[in-house]
Design a protein around this ligand. Structure first.
Ligand SMILES: Cc1ncc(C[n+]2csc(CCOP(=O)(O)OP(=O)(O)O)c2C)c(N)n1
Ligand code: SF4
Length: 292
């Protein structure tokens, strides 16, 4: 008996659009890592929904062959959750910048974590607003001089790793395009994780970012969590290491819940089956929550 299982390669996820990022932007490497991770997972492009907000990094869905939605600044997560609820069989990816995710959209991150739908959220953390030409972002370090802070930022930065760990995220990892194999690996692990997965990518903005945040420097500074023998089943140990955000560039999986349990989409999938609908029409999406 022959089985007809299609095998996908990284190039199958690359769209015909040519990226318009600045030469040397870290986001070029991130999209390559996403192609590789998707090829390893092997889902066909038409079964993938890729949602973003607004920013340089939010252009990323358009450079893939997945169904893409370059949505509204800070609102990628609510849209992605709606898509997943309507059709839980889709592989859902969400991407954007640190401004999109932790400034205007910061409130959504906590609730997406609590809701725990099976999706992967990739932040391209360049510590700056790239698209709008270099204003302070929530992850900019104190003292940073930018277009909007000529005397240096007077605020402490958000620590995205501690933020998501504190809200109970079940999968938390960090990567850099300076280590393409490592980044593709954590994205693949995030996609395979059954639940909400968060991946912080240190993706340098070569035009407005900090001078020491370039790929070459990152390569020499990064420390893999694996080399430390880190136990990724411990949230407390993950939080200890995450405190080094902004000082040490740790890469790899900080935390993976050893008992992830059922997701909200498991419940929704069960209800879809009970309602004999694989993907509910928009008008009936809320029917899955009816008491039965
Ligand atoms: C509601 C709304 N507010 C503000 C903007 C302007 N704006 C567009 S992108 C952006 C920030 C971009 O920074 P980030 O999200 O970190 O992404 P990057 O461009 O650095 O990848 C802002 C403030 C907008 N488009 N919509
Ligand atoms: S402005 Fe920065 S983040 Fe935007 S494309 Fe250029 S290098 Fe990349």
């Amino acid at each position: 008996m022959t089985t007809n299982v299609e095998v996908y390669q990284a190039k199958d996820y690359k769209s015909e659009l040519k990226p318009i990022w600045c030469p040397g932007c870290g986001d070029f490497g991130v999209v390559q890592a996403i192609y590789r991770a998707l090829a390893s997972v092997g889902r066909p492009p038409h079964e993938i929904a890729f949602v973003s907000g607004i920013g340089c990094s939010s252009r990323i869905p358009g450079y893939t062959t997945a169904y893409g939605f370059n949505s509204v600044h800070g609102r990628a997560l609510p849209i992605a959750q709606g898509i997943k609820l309507a059709n839980p069989d889709l592989l859902v990816l969400v991407a954007g910048g640190d401004g999109d995710g932790f400034s205007i959209g910061g409130g959504h991150v906590a609730h997406a974590i609590r809701r725990n739908l099976d999706m992967t959220y990739i932040i391209m953390d360049n510590q700056i607003y790239g698209l709008t030409k270099g204003q302070l972002s929530p992850t900019s370090p104190r003292g940073l001089t930018t277009a909007s802070s000529s005397y240096g930022s007077m605020e402490d930065s958000v620590n995205p790793l501690l933020y998501v760990l504190g809200y109970g995220a079940r999968f938390v990892a960090q990567g850099t395009p300076a280590d393409m194999a490592g980044l593709a690996g954590v994205i693949e692990e995030g996609i395979r994780f059954p639940g909400f997965a968060f991946i912080n990518v240190q993706s340098p903005c070569v035009t407005y970012g900090q001078a020491d945040q370039q790929l070459k420097t990152q390569k020499s500074k990064m420390v893999t969590l694996q080399s430390l023998g880190h136990d990724s089943a411990s949230r407390i140990k993950a939080m200890e290491l995450a405190q080094e955000y902004g000082h040490t560039l740790y890469t790899g999986v900080f935390y993976r819940d050893p008992n992830p349990g059922p997701t909200l989409d498991d419940f929704v999938r069960e209800r879809h089956t009970a309602l004999s609908q694989r993907a509910l029409p928009r008008a009936s999406v809320l029917d899955v929550f009816q008491p039965h």
